[in-house]
Design a protein around this ligand. Structure first.
Ligand code: FAD
Length: 314
């Protein structure tokens, strides 16, 4: 990006924040990732729409992020403009069972607010990091409950600055997947929840948090599960464990000894280190059990075809 292009971007931003060559390691739960050419946190929707229109006029690549809790960003970083909504566009309203939340609202905040209002539905997602936008793209799910179940409507913005509204049934939610177009950013979502017993919700939350703590390496940096489970009764972590790979290290990256589907950053791991272990696990599982693994995490900034030698779609 040359200085004139940087000035054109900066000129669009007055309420939000624009940073050039910003290390994305500061914006991912892995603590890994090279620089974004431009890293933009919008002040409001109008500013976001201005930046999207500029990007589409000037052909700048655009990448959306929430809080980076499901992302592996390459060491070389991401070209163009990375737009992060974590803690931005975070209006929140509850009225009866109806909840409207901006895409940048933390999922944990939604869970807490529903609990305080005596609403049931999202208690299963307690302890899942991320934003509402990221949770909808990934259709975040835990302990049998998923975020899309309670969704009524979603408002998005296209690259040419047009707002779209989708009803739940317009979007094909599936296992860690949704039907949003790649060139749309989620702005806001409306949910409906039913009234529930605060005691039951509190008990369930405690149980889910304890189970998480017991099963997952929560003290180390990660992006959650790396691979999707190949089938509802076949866990990716179990296959990695059976392949004898738990505890395998490369640099400061490790296939967790606690959970085979978590590849953790024990200190100064690079994206290359994590990617090495991802490919190793995918190849070993394919070779030993004939199962082709599929990535759950989203990979940003890797060369086209980077993952192909392990049969993965990055
Ligand atoms: C310790 C740990 C435990 C986890 N446990 C679970 C779990 O139990 N269940 C589960 O489902 N997930 C889990 N995750 C994964 C992750 O927390 C969820 O997928 C979360 O919903 C991602 O939200 P995010 O805002 O961080 O999204 P990001 O990681 O920033 O982005 C994820 C994807 O969404 C896109 N995106 C983000 N925001 C927007 C937006 N506003 N508009 C358009 N696209 C957008 C990005 O481009 C990217 O493709 C876990 C992660 C960690 C670190």
């Amino acid at each position: 990006m040359d200085p004139r292009q940087r000035t054109a971007i900066s000129d669009c931003v007055s309420k939000g924040r624009i940073l050039f060559d910003e290390p994305l390691s500061r914006h991912t739960t892995y603590g890994i990732g090279g620089p974004a050419e431009a890293f933009f946190q919008p002040g409001d929707r109008e500013e976001l729409a201005r930046i999207l229109r500029l990007a589409s006029q000037k052909n700048f690549p655009v990448t959306f992020m929430g809080s980076g809790s499901n992302c592996l960003v390459s060491d070389t970083g991401v070209p163009g403009i990375v737009i992060s909504l974590a803690d931005r566009l975070n209006d929140f309203h509850i009225e009866g069972g109806r909840v409207t939340a901006g895409a940048g609202v933390a999922l944990g905040y939604l869970v807490r607010q529903c609990f305080q209002a005596g609403l049931t539905g999202v208690e299963n997602l307690v302890g899942v990091p991320g934003t509402i936008g990221g949770a909808l793209i990934m259709n975040a799910r835990a302990f049998g409950g998923e975020i899309s179940t309670y969704l009524d409507r979603v408002r998005t913005l296209t690259l040419d600055g047009k707002e779209q509204v989708y009803r739940r049934e317009d979007l094909q939610f599936g296992y860690r997947s949704s039907g949003f177009h790649q060139d749309e950013i989620i702005l806001e979502a409306e949910f409906h929840f039913n009234a529930g017993s605060p005691e039951t919700i509190a008990d369930l939350q405690e149980r889910f948090l304890n189970e998480r703590e017991a099963r997952q390496p929560l003290k180390q940096r990660s992006a959650g599960s790396v691979f999707k489970n190949p089938a509802s009764d076949v866990a990716a972590g179990m296959l990695i464990d059976k392949a004898g790979l738990k505890g395998t290290r490369r640099g400061d990256a490790e296939i967790s000894t606690k959970h085979g589907n978590f590849i953790i950053n024990c200190g100064r791991a690079t994206a290359e280190d994590i990617a090495f272990l991802i490919k190793l696990a995918a190849r070993a599982v394919k070779q030993q059990f004939g199962t082709q693994m599929e990535l759950e995490i989203r990979t940003l900034g890797f060369q086209h075809g980077y993952w192909e030698d392990a049969g993965l779609d990055g």
